[in-house]
Design a protein around this ligand. Structure first.
Ligand code: SDX
Length: 388
């Protein structure tokens, strides 16, 4: 019998906590330069896409690797509109879910259930994945809006085939047709969240996809990974943290207490970015444009002060605002409930998950990393009567 072998520097050779910086795929979908704060989708800078593109076009770009023609974009939009109507029994499944549950759980379960309505084609073929891609992109916002309307006791709002994904989501959640600018802000927010190379939930999508599981299961699994507050769940936590601070003049006291307690400040820091996340800057710009139209919010002034004070304390450590820091302030101004912020992240990121799934299946290898065993060996069985 041998006891547990304590890890030594030799025995843990090669082990990298959190696989930080270890390539898990060869990809041409998105690119990040964490030191320069650069993000590109298929070679296009995120600032360009935010200024000139739209979410549906970006979904096509991520999946296909090139921009759609006018005809392709129009038929893609029509295909999405066709699949926004959920199956009757799917609505009943959402109705049966407890309204007190988190919308991310509804989305994760909803995506798995949606897959039950599609006979199991052979998803190893890219065109089968593409059919599921359209259905999932179309249905994801509707699953969230349906759950939201049901849990708040409101009538369901049918999707409007004339509206794009962003405008339809606002319409189905609020029951009011969004004005053009609000729909544009939502559309840009969806562009910004669509992909981000090998983040935790996209990695989860690749791991599950590599087992040859179907796209619905892949997206449902990835949404589970997105839920955590260290990842997609941070945008909701940012608002909760900002609401703890009575105003900008209280930021210093609040922040020093948090940092002294070794607490993580939500919306800051990133495994790859060592400067401000470019998406955060774009969202901050959208926030100020929204405030110019709709009036500001004290939370924004507190957020700007918090960013300033964090920079003084941890800026040199490469801890800066990430995508989640300003997104919640924008969503709040659009009338979105705080616990819908992460599902909103999911509406967009399923585009990235499915693009990565297709790329994974083009040269698939099951993920099965190793480990460094530091446990015991060859123990003798202790009879029950002898156990203390
Ligand atoms: C997203 O990967 C992606 O691309 C993700 C994403 C995407 O689009 O998919 O960009 C979306 O998930 C953005 C991140 C959202 N999460 C948060 O905002 C939660 C708060 N952030 C942290 O938990 C943290 O910054 C992580 C998890 C995001 C990244 O941290 P790492 O790379 O695992 O590093 P770490 O936690 O080991 O921290 C290193 C040091 C530590 O200090 P020391 O122990 O060395 O003294 O930096 C400190 C940490 O305490 N630190 C923070 C901090 N983030 C890191 N200290 C205070 N507040 C923070 N937010």
């Amino acid at each position: 019998m041998t006891t547990t072998t304590p890890p030594t520097s030799d025995s843990t050779k090669g082990y990298v906590p959190g696989l930080a910086g270890i390539p898990a795929a060869i990809s041409s979908i998105s690119y990040i330069d964490g030191n320069l704060g650069i993000l590109e989708y298929r070679g296009y800078r995120i600032e360009t896409l935010a200024a000139k593109s739209n979410f549906e076009e970006v979904c096509w770009l991520l999946m296909k690797g090139h921009m759609p023609t006018r005809m392709q974009l129009e038929s893609f939009r029509a295909h999405l509109a066709k699949h926004r109507q959920l199956p009757e029994r799917m609505v009943k499944i959402l109705e049966a879910m407890p309204g007190a549950g988190h919308p991310m759980a509804a989305l994760q379960a909803g995506l798995a259930a949606l897959g039950m309505f599609n006979q199991k084609p052979d998803f190893r073929h890219p065109d089968e994945v593409e059919e599921a891609w359209v259905r999932i992109l179309a249905a994801t916002p509707v699953i969230i809006a349906t759950f939201e309307r049901m849990r708040t006791g409101k009538d369901l709002v049918a999707p409007d085939p004339e509206l794009n994904t962003a405008a339809n989501f606002l319409w189905m959640i609020t029951g009011q047709k969004p004005d053009e600018f609000a729909a544009h802000v939502m559309d840009v927010a969806l562009i910004l969240h669509a992909d981000h190379e090998m983040n935790a939930s996209t990695f989860a999508a690749r791991v599950v996809g590599a087992t040859e599981a179907d796209p619905y299961t892949v997206c449902s699994s990835a949404i589970g990974a997105l839920t955590g507050p260290l990842h997609g769940g941070a945008n909701e936590e940012v608002l909760n943290q900002l609401r703890e601070i009575p105003g900008p003049e209280h930021v210093v006291t609040w922040l020093d207490a948090k940092l002294a307690a070794k607490a993580k400040i939500m919306g800051f820091g990133h495994r790859v970015y060592k400067v401000k996340d470019p998406r955060s800057s774009i969202l901050q710009g959208l926030a100020t444009q929204l405030f110019a139209k709709l009036g500001s919010t004290p939370l924004y002034d507190t957020a700007v002060e918090l960013e300033k004070e964090m920079a003084k304390r941890v800026g040199t450590k490469g801890i800066a605002p990430n995508v989640d820091f300003y997104s919640g302030i924008v969503y709040s101004k659009l009338g979105i409930q705080t616990d819908l912020f992460t599902p909103l992240f999911g509406i967009s990121r399923v585009a990235g998950y499915l693009a990565h799934l297709r790329e994974q299946m083009q040269d698939n290898k099951l993920f099965r990393p190793g480990q460094i065993y530091v446990g015991a060996h060859e123990l003798e069985y202790p009879e029950l009567r002898t156990r203390g």
